[in-house]
Write a protein that binds this ligand. Structure first.
Ligand SMILES: [Zn+2]
Length: 297
């Protein structure tokens, strides 16, 4: 989930300047790909856990050029220490060591997922690239180096931008889904990602930093259970990242109206069975369950 702690005091100022309903709706072009089936069986797709059950009170109808430049960015890449992402159930509940002690586990997986999405997307001919500020602590959200600023500029220049996130574990987390942009109209890509992963409502949590800047947020799933175990287990990690990337890239292509058969044989990755991840039980004892800390995801 997106950072909240850093910019809550000024959030209302941004809210007041944006009104997506005031903008004209694009012609009601429905994607021609509605009939396409996901290449994933329920069992294969479900390792990312529950989808958002929140109301989808929007529809992505705005068509995008097939050659549009897609910018994908890791959530919380520059807000470590300012509500820098979910710790995940392994660390917060089971006492596992963080994947990287310098960053949240969510950012660790956001970075890995972005890399997998870009690699697959480029191999499939999408005009897609990533942006990572590299600097992990930038205090001002509007600093020109942040994902928010770079994504905002990208959208203003006519591109599509989204952040990859993993949601909090436990009752605080919602699940997988697409949080639509609040600046401009949701696009056919937003609609396609929502079809694949689920959807969050407009103005979720009164509008998060990225959507207010026209950047969509894709929650892959709650950082717990099968999803987190498959990612943490070195023997299932890469295949799980590639399976997630395949779902994302398929959805991007379908949002652009790509009529090619989705992924072909590549869409049938069989995930290996889980063996106990070796690093779930670590030496760091949880002082408390961090899910109870507002703004920590
Ligand atoms: Zn997040």
């Amino acid at each position: 989930m997106a950072a909240m702690a850093r910019f809550c005091p000024s959030a209302t100022l941004v809210v007041a300047t944006l009104c997506p309903l005031a903008m004209g709706l694009a012609p009601a072009l429905m994607p021609a790909v509605h009939a396409q089936q996901s290449p994933w069986t329920v069992e294969e797709a479900s390792f990312t856990g529950p989808r958002s059950r929140l109301a989808k009170n929007w529809q992505g109808l705005r068509p995008l050029p097939a050659t549009i430049e897609i910018l994908v960015m890791p959530g919380h890449a520059d807000s470590q220490g300012f509500g820098g992402g979910a710790s995940g159930a392994a660390v917060a509940v089971s006492g596992a060591r963080p994947m990287d002690p310098a960053i949240s586990d969510e950012l660790f997986w956001n970075l890995a997922t972005v890399e997998a999405v870009v690699r697959l997307g480029q191999s499939r001919g999408l005009n897609i690239r990533s942006y990572d500020p590299g600097v992990r602590r930038i205090a001002r959200g509007d600093d020109p180096r942040t994902t928010w600023s770079v994504g905002k500029s990208h959208v203003q220049a006519g591109g599509y931008a989204f952040e990859i996130h993993y949601d909090a574990h436990g009752a605080v987390g919602v699940g997988s889904g697409l949080i639509p942009p609040l600046k401009g109209q949701p696009s056919l890509i937003d609609e396609s990602l929502a079809r694949e992963f689920g959807a969050f409502p407009l103005w979720f949590r009164d509008g998060l930093g990225a959507p207010k800047r026209g950047i969509s947020i894709l929650e892959i799933g709650k950082l717990e259970g099968q999803l987190e175990a498959r990612l943490r287990n070195p023997s299932t990690r890469q295949q799980s990242l590639e399976a997630i990337a395949l779902r994302v890239v398929n959805a991007l292509e379908q949002g652009l109206g790509d009529q090619r058969p989705a992924a072909g044989a590549g869409g049938q990755i069989a995930l290996p069975p889980l063996s106990p991840p070796p690093d779930v039980v670590g030496t760091v004892l949880p002082a408390r369950d961090r899910q109870a800390s507002p703004g920590a995801w």
